[in-house]
Design a protein around this ligand. Structure first.
Ligand code: CUA
Length: 378
């Protein structure tokens, strides 16, 4: 063996080991990124996991067998210099043709039984004790609506979906928001609702009402993500599912039903800036937690731990940056848009660069005044 071919073999082996190491690293436990369907924390997620795991192992076993067969044939019957004996030809062999048609058909039929039954199971109507919430996908955030109380008032929140533990939750999935008007004008694009630790993903389609259900088996915070490309900030369209004990949840919901901690007309300078000078009230409300709006309902903003679709922790400095120039923080169609939203300008306008038509530029002091007010809205 020459020196050169030994070195080539060593290099190939090293590359092989490195590739294997990278692949196996994906199987490591690692810190929990909270978006892991291999760590199910809810009934539906467990069912999907229990279906996926045996089928994945079966697929790997079949893949290994087929690859091993291909490699065996390629090596065993390879061309050798000085030998041109052809191996026995089997084209048209009836037993083989029947065999490799029947075996995959049987395997697929076996796989289909638990798959189809799980699909029906995941979409069976939830029981009578289920709580129904509506999730509306917007560009690029989620609005959650809770059932009406005795006075016919719903609760509308953004970004953070609170639910009680061990209770079936039916999530109505909507891309249209009829409270913003009738027809296509109030419809958004296609999104997909996905909380990997709790359940599979379900598309949110304009004009087609979907629903999904989940039941979390322990309290905690679970990360969700829009799973259908929906424009510039699709990747930033996150949300949180906050699973609480029933009593904590009831307390939270009661708090959300309350009126604002500081009514807008008693908010002083902040009130004037928010409603008159910068017309934030065109898209947001700070005084009615039952109202659906173009932008997130901010009536109880300070009760949340994040904002901007869960992208940023709710801190004053981040909020000030956001109020001044939101499209500078995450990509939005409003970046170069001088029309007042919501026409074709999707997302928050910038109040420092290229401000909406007729709108003045905002100073940092003004943004801080607005942020202080918003952060008082517990
Ligand atoms: Cu909404 Cu992607």
């Amino acid at each position: 063996m020459t020196h050169r071919s030994t070195r080539r073999k060593a290099a190939l082996t090293l590359t092989g080991v490195a590739v294997l190491a990278v692949v196996l690293a994906g199987c490591g436990a690692g810190p929990d990124n909270k978006q892991n369907s291999f760590r199910p924390k809810g009934t539906e997620a467990h069912k999907i996991y229990n279906l996926f795991t045996p089928i994945a192992f079966l697929a790997v076993a079949i893949g290994v067998l087929v690859l091993a067969g291909v490699l065996y044939v390629a090596i065993r019957f390879r061309h050798r210099p000085g030998r041109d004996d052809r191996p026995k030809q089997i084209h048209g062999s009836t037993p083989l043709e029947i065999g490799w048609t029947l075996i995959p058909a049987v395997i697929l039929a076996v796989v289909a039984v638990p798959t189809v039954s799980t699909i029906f199971d995941l979409h069976s109507e939830p029981g009578p004790g289920a709580m129904t919430v509506t999730a509306i996908g917007k560009q690029w955030w989620w609005q959650f609506e809770y059932p009406k109380d005795g006075n016919g008032k719903q609760v509308v929140v953004a970004d953070e979906l609170h639910v009680p533990v061990n209770r079936e939750i039916k999530v109505n999935l909507r891309a249209c928001d009829p409270s913003l008007g009738a027809g296509a004008a109030s419809c958004n694009v296609i999104h997909s609702f996905w909380v990997p630790e709790l359940a599979g993903k379900t598309d949110v389609v304009p004009g087609h009402d979907n629903w999904m259900k989940f039941k979390a088996d322990r309290t905690g915070t679970y990360l969700g993500q829009c799973a259908e490309y929906c424009g510039l900030s699709h990747a930033n369209m996150r949300f949180r599912v906050i699973v609480q004990t029933q009593s904590d949840f009831d307390e939270w919901l009661a708090g959300q039903r309350d009126g604002p901690a500081v009514p807008l007309d008693q908010a002083g300078d902040a009130g004037d800036l928010f409603s008159t000078k910068f017309e934030c009230t065109n898209c947001h409300t700070v005084s009615d937690s039952s109202a659906s709006t173009y932008g997130p309902n901010l009536t109880h903003l300070a009760s949340r731990s994040t904002f901007a679709s869960g992208y940023f922790p709710l801190t004053k400095s981040k909020l000030v940056d956001w109020i001044l120039n939101a499209p500078g923080l995450i990509p939005m169609q409003s970046k170069d848009c001088r029309l007042p939203p919501p026409a074709t300008c999707v997302g928050m306008p910038s109040f420092t660069e290229n401000t909406p038509k007729g709108k003045p530029t905002m100073t940092r002091q003004e943004a801080e005044t607005i942020a202080d007010f918003l952060l008082s809205l517990k």
